[in-house]
Design a protein around this ligand. Structure first.
Ligand code: NAD
Ligand code: GLY
Length: 364
């Protein structure tokens, strides 16, 4: 098991990564200072509870925890306050107390909602994240962002609530659909571009990047460790996104436009981020931040992972309007995370409308 610490001053916690981890969840919680006995509510959905629910409950019970489970409906369209209410209802039924705990067993949707339910039950009880998609393993489960969607937009309701432990068992990816795996690879490439050129080089040198089962021996573990380390470093430096944490939004500004204007669900989040990274790469070339060669390397790697790279046919004025509605707009200015090299990005508030239009024209 590899252990990476998210070094937050007031509430540091570990990300534990290793094959067979699910069987050891109870013991890993004890190792992290979460003592038993205490009540634990495991929240999951049917895709995940089926293959992994029993293993998790058994592991918790054999370590002395009083564990029960709740299975919610799967899907991004379930990520709303009504589902959080179901989790609260279960917490009430099981009489969860201040010292009780929730375990999120699933992808980013389960993780975000369980984290938010834990943040709000009795004004905040502990949560452990057990991510089962690549995207949640490398991104959503680490860093404490929790929440749900509002009819007005994605993730508009939420809270920062750091987990006590993140346990990643790569074996759970065996049942993940390949398309979902590839969507997670977009976030892995992101870590390469924003700060880990060695990870980018490693990915460039590998084959079989579009399916977990096709990766060369050891590469999945390396991908998980380096991505978790990258996220841990950024979160430790800027827990509440006062500044530098925004670099994690690389590719997301244009990506959110794609998700929004093509209709949520047309592209998976990671697929839209892949398109968004290509788009902001083009913007960076046009502004002279990085070379055409670097932009081409990024595009080739994204393609190698089986991810889309082509900007969809979107009305430029709708794109500009949607950019203005982005959550990350500050004082009316859209902030872009722009690559300066493979391994370095900067946050720019000086991208003007004409530059965006020129970029969109080049992409079309
Ligand atoms: P998801 O949670 O919807 O999971 C994708 C699909 O895979 C679902 O149908 C799920 O049931 C299924 N699934 C999950 N694990 C499986 C497994 N091991 N085997 C078989 N099927 C499995 O999607 P996601 O990509 O994990 O997460 C997307 C969500 O994460 C979005 O809501 C996004 O806003 C959020 N997110 C949050 C953060 C954060 O920092 N909190 C960061 C990135 C994304
Ligand atoms: N996924 C972006 C963040 O955690 O800040």
């Amino acid at each position: 098991m590899q252990r990476i610490t998210v070094k937050l001053a007031s509430n540091p916690y570990d990300v534990v990564i290793g094959s067979g981890g699910l069987q050891n969840l109870g013991q890993e919680m004890l190792n992290s200072g979460i003592s038993a006995p205490r009540k634990v509510l495991v929240v999951s959905n049917a895709d995940v509870a089926g293959p992994y629910g029993a293993t998790v409950l058994e592991s918790l019970r054999s370590s002395g925890f009083e564990a029960d489970s709740l299975v919610i409906e799967a899907g991004e369209d379930q990520k709303h306050l009504g589902t959080v209410s179901q989790i609260h209802d279960a917490a009430h039924r099981l009489r969860l107390e201040r010292g009780s705990l929730m375990v999120a067993l699933g992808g980013g949707v389960v993780g975000d909602m369980t984290g938010f339910a834990a943040a709000t039950w009795l004004r905040g009880i502990a949560v452990v994240q057990v991510p089962t998609t690549l995207l949640a393993m490398v991104d959503a489960a680490i860093g404490g962002k929790t929440g749900v969607n509002h009819p007005g937009g994605k993730n508009l309701i939420g809270a920062f609530h750091q987990p006590k432990l993140v346990l990643i068992d790569p074996d759970t990816l065996n049942t993940l659909p390949d398309r979902e795996f590839r969507a997670g690879m977009a976030e892995v490439i992101k870590y390469g571009v924003i700060g880990d050129p060695g990870l980018f080089d490693l990915l460039e040198s590998c084959d079989g990047l579009s399916e977990a089962s096709a990766l060369p021996d050891g590469v999945l573990q390396t991908i998980l460790e380096r991505s978790a380390q990258a996220k841990a470093n950024v979160v430790a430096a800027d827990e509440r996104e006062g500044g530098q944490r925004a670099i994690l939004n690389y590719g997301h500004t244009f990506g959110h436009v794609v998700e929004n204007l093509t209709g949520y669900g047309t592209w998976l989040h990671g697929e839209a981020v892949a398109i968004g990274m290509v788009a902001v790469g083009e913007l960076a070339v046009q502004r002279g931040h990085w070379s055409r060669d670097q932009a081409n390397r990024q595009r080739r790697l994204i393609q190698k992972c089986g991810l889309p790279t082509v900007w969809p046919p979107l009305d430029p004025s709708a794109v500009l309007e949607t950019l203005q509605g982005d959550k990350k707009v500050q004082d009316g200015t859209v902030r872009f995370v722009v690559p300066d090299a493979i391994g370095a990005v900067s946050i720019r508030s000086d991208v003007n409308t004409d530059e965006v239009k020129a970029c969109l024209a080049a992409l079309s």
